[in-house]
Ligand binder design. Structure first.
Ligand code: SF4
Length: 181
């Protein structure tokens, strides 16, 4: 199986979630958010097709990382492939954050087994399209205030959105200025 990626895995990020993280940049997005900073990731035929086994090997060889963040593009367009990678990340004791332009409710309403499998392997979901009118540097790890940090395991258990609670110690000094989703 192959996954379409926009770039190589990026290690040691401190702006894509709590802690030191590796980012997996997926290729493909049709949300067309105004002022998207990553238009090169939209083309569903762009980027590179990479063997999933090769990405798994890279994940197995990571060191000093607290977790892995799926970004893009929108990882939900490759939910099956991402769910396999996310399971591996959890097996290795790291956590999983994921950015998506869909809202949590839209994802649930799709009724897709692949998306549900992926959600079941996500700890924190940052959901919704980037809205430049709501752009803010005061919402850590998000680009605009409509986007939510969602505690996915609790949300699935409760059948409604439960927000992920950040405390001050979790927020890196450098705010997320690049807007990915
Ligand atoms: S901001 Fe993210 S979800 Fe929106 S168009 Fe760009 S890549 Fe897609």
């Amino acid at each position: 199986m192959k996954i379409r990626l926009a770039a190589d895995l990026q290690t040691d990020s401190i702006v894509d979630g709590v802690g030191v993280r590796t980012v997996i940049w997926t290729q493909g997005c049709s949300h067309n958010c105004p002022n998207c900073h990553n238009p090169q990731t939209h083309d569903f035929n762009g980027g590179d097709l990479v063997e999933l086994e090769d990405v798994i090997e890279e994940i197995e060889n990571l060191s000093g990382q607290d977790g892995v963040t799926f970004s893009g593009g929108d990882p939900m367009f490759q939910a099956k492939e991402c769910s396999i990678l996310a399971k591996k990340v959890h097996e290795l004791g790291m956590n999983v954050w994921t950015y998506t332009g869909f809202t949590y409710e839209e994802l649930i309403n799709k009724g897709s087994k692949d998306i549900l499998d992926f959600l079941n392997n996500i700890d924190v979901l940052i959901d919704g399209k980037f809205d430049p009118k709501l752009k803010s540097l005061d919402c850590p790890f998000r680009g605009s205030t409509n986007q939510r940090l969602i505690d996915v395991p609790k949300s699935l258990d409760n059948h409604e959105v439960v927000l992920y609670k950040l405390n001050k110690n979790m927020i890196n000094n450098k705010k997320k200025e690049a807007i990915y989703i």
